[in-house]
Design a protein around this ligand. Structure first.
Ligand SMILES: Nc1ncnc2c1ncn2[C@@H]1O[C@H](COP(=O)(O)OP(=O)(O)O)[C@@H](O)[C@H]1O
Ligand SMILES: [Mg+2]
Length: 255
């Protein structure tokens, strides 16, 4: 098998004396969708934040496309990268959060083109053309001029996805992207994510949407207390979990 696009080995993270991640291993190959499940406080968000070095890990290492994230190895020692170098690595890693963090005073299209123009140096005309195509892909081709407040939560989240895609990421991280949405708006966002998965995007998705995990995930990882409890294909982990902890969690979620 090829080198994984994302590789995490022994990732540890503590806040003060509280260990939040106790040594996480994960491999995600190009084009794979991995869903992270687990109870609140398990460390799911922290782990995603470690992947793009929004958190500095205490031990272990994370590679994206073969490149160590946040650190450089020199003479057998690890040195933390400068903010500018970290920013360059983050460009390849899209992140969509629970709360659609769009710029309120910018239109949907302006939100999408901001990164490509400012960070990638794409010419405004070209960025607009690409931005409209991306909005079209998330079903919002007609809403480019709308401000976030004029859009529903589901539409805003789809703009947020388009905005991430505009940076042409190698990897997309989703942290409970539908948890803040009214139930009737969840489906439209999951649909966009499923399409993206079908197109071959590599994705790590924290979600409580079991139907999405069942249909879109190549692999499901169940996390509790900062450790991987079990991992496997969705039909195994979701339908025939090996661990009591996973069983209890699924019973609660599906109740
Ligand atoms: N910045 C922080 N400072 C201190 N504790 C934190 C911080 N961020 C998260 N935690 C703690 O780490 C644990 C894991 O949190 P989190 O990664 O948000 O879990 P999850 O996303 O699985 O619900 C929780 O106990 C949380 O209170
Ligand atoms: Mg979380």
């Amino acid at each position: 098998m090829s080198e994984p696009l994302l590789r995490a080995v022994g990732v540890r993270k503590s806040y003060g004396h509280t260990e939040v991640l106790g040594g996480i291993d994960l491999e995600v190959h190009k084009g794979q969708v991995v869903c992270l499940l687990g109870p609140s406080g398990a460390g799911k968000s922290t782990f995603l934040r470690c992947i793009n070095h929004l958190e500095t890990i205490d031990a272990g290492q994370i590679w994206v496309d073969g490149e160590p994230i946040g650190f450089r190895q020199r003479g057998g020692k690890l040195y933390e990268l400068r903010e500018r170098e970290v920013a360059r690595q983050r460009r390849d890693i899209g992140m969509v959060f629970q709360r659609f963090n769009l710029f309120a005073h910018r239109t949907a299209l302006e939100n999408v083109v901001e990164g490509p123009i400012r960070v990638l140096g794409v010419k405004p005309d070209e960025a607009r053309k690409q931005g409209l195509e991306l909005l079209d892909r998330v079903g919002l081709g007609q809403r480019g001029d709308a401000y976030p407040a004029q859009l529903s939560g589901g539409q805003q989240q789809r703009v947020a996805i388009a905005r991430s895609l505009a940076m042409k990421p190698k990897l997309m991280l989703f942290d409970e992207p539908t948890s803040a949405l009214d139930p009737e708006l969840v489906g439209e966002v999951l649909e966009v994510m499923s399409t993206l998965a079908g197109e071959g995007m590599t994705m790590v998705v924290v979600t409580h949407e079991m139907s999405f995990a069942a249909e879109a995930a190549d692999e499901v990882v169940f996390l509790a207390d900062g450790a991987v409890v079990e991992t496997g294909p969705p039909d195994q982990v979701l339908s025939a979990p090996k661990h009591e902890r996973t069983r209890q969690f699924l019973a609660r979620i599906l109740a």
